[in-house]
Design a protein around this ligand. Sequence first.
Ligand SMILES: C[S@@+](CC[C@H](N)C(=O)[O-])C[C@H]1O[C@@H](n2cnc3c(N)ncnc32)[C@H](O)[C@@H]1O
Length: 266
Amino acid sequence: MTALSTATAFAPGPTITDRLQDMGCRPLDEAQRPGWLARLRAPFGRPGEKAPAAAVAAPIASLLRSLPTGGWSIPRDTAHALTVLVMEAAPIRILELGSGVSTVLLAALCAESGRPTRVVSLEERPRYAERTQRLLVTFGLDGYASVLTAPVRLTRFGNWRGYSYEPNETLLRRALGGRAVDFLFVDGPASWGRGRGDCRFSALPLVWPWAAARLTFAIDDAWRRRDFNILKRWQQLPGVTVDGIIPVGRGLGIGTLTASAGANGR
Ligand SMILES: C[S@@+](CC[C@H](N)C(=O)[O-])C[C@H]1O[C@@H](n2cnc3c(N)ncnc32)[C@H](O)[C@@H]1O
């Protein structure tokens, strides 16, 4: 498959808030947390839940059908919801934590945006970074993404102590091309079964110094207890608004970070 060619002007239209409503986003206090293992087994489009309704450009729709979603990768309905969000947010720099199939999707959205948009993905394990890079090449999208290997280490952010990616700052700055991050997708580090507890909490403190004045974030697995609790704690941070959880896949938590202390992309 070659690069997705025809740049599609993303239609101005409903705001992200409208879109979130369309996608059945529920605030945290209403977003009951079903057992996430049950969610894992659930087929796409369960009765009573709205699949994301928005139309997406034909090349993206076709990519969504052909990407090997599911398993360790984002589920297909999550990929669809993420697509809609990225189209609405129209970011210039996407930072992804945890690379894979989602990196290909985000790179395709960059290619389709008609703007100089890029995705930078942090990946803990060299073998997965290589696999993602191969996938990007296969889909002809390697020109829109940088995959950086970054170890996951015990770190302290303020009072919080836990595991976080530790990217090489010079490489990250170079990959971002001097632009601030305005969209963050959190799907790593792998926490399940590795004693890493609430490691994904570190995503916002990590991005803080690199963030634009307004950043939209999406976090996968938001119905998993530890990630649900992370969203609750993020809500307490200054400048953070958690919109809620879109009922797709294992739950896609959504929010914004504004007036970040960094707010300059370094
Ligand atoms: C949830 S996965 C990220 C998935 C990625 N966002 C996607 O959509 O394909 C989080 C991390 O788990 C690790 N990982 C990926 N596949 C794995 C596998 N089959 N077994 C164990 N760890 C895996 C990688 O380090 C990855 O960054």
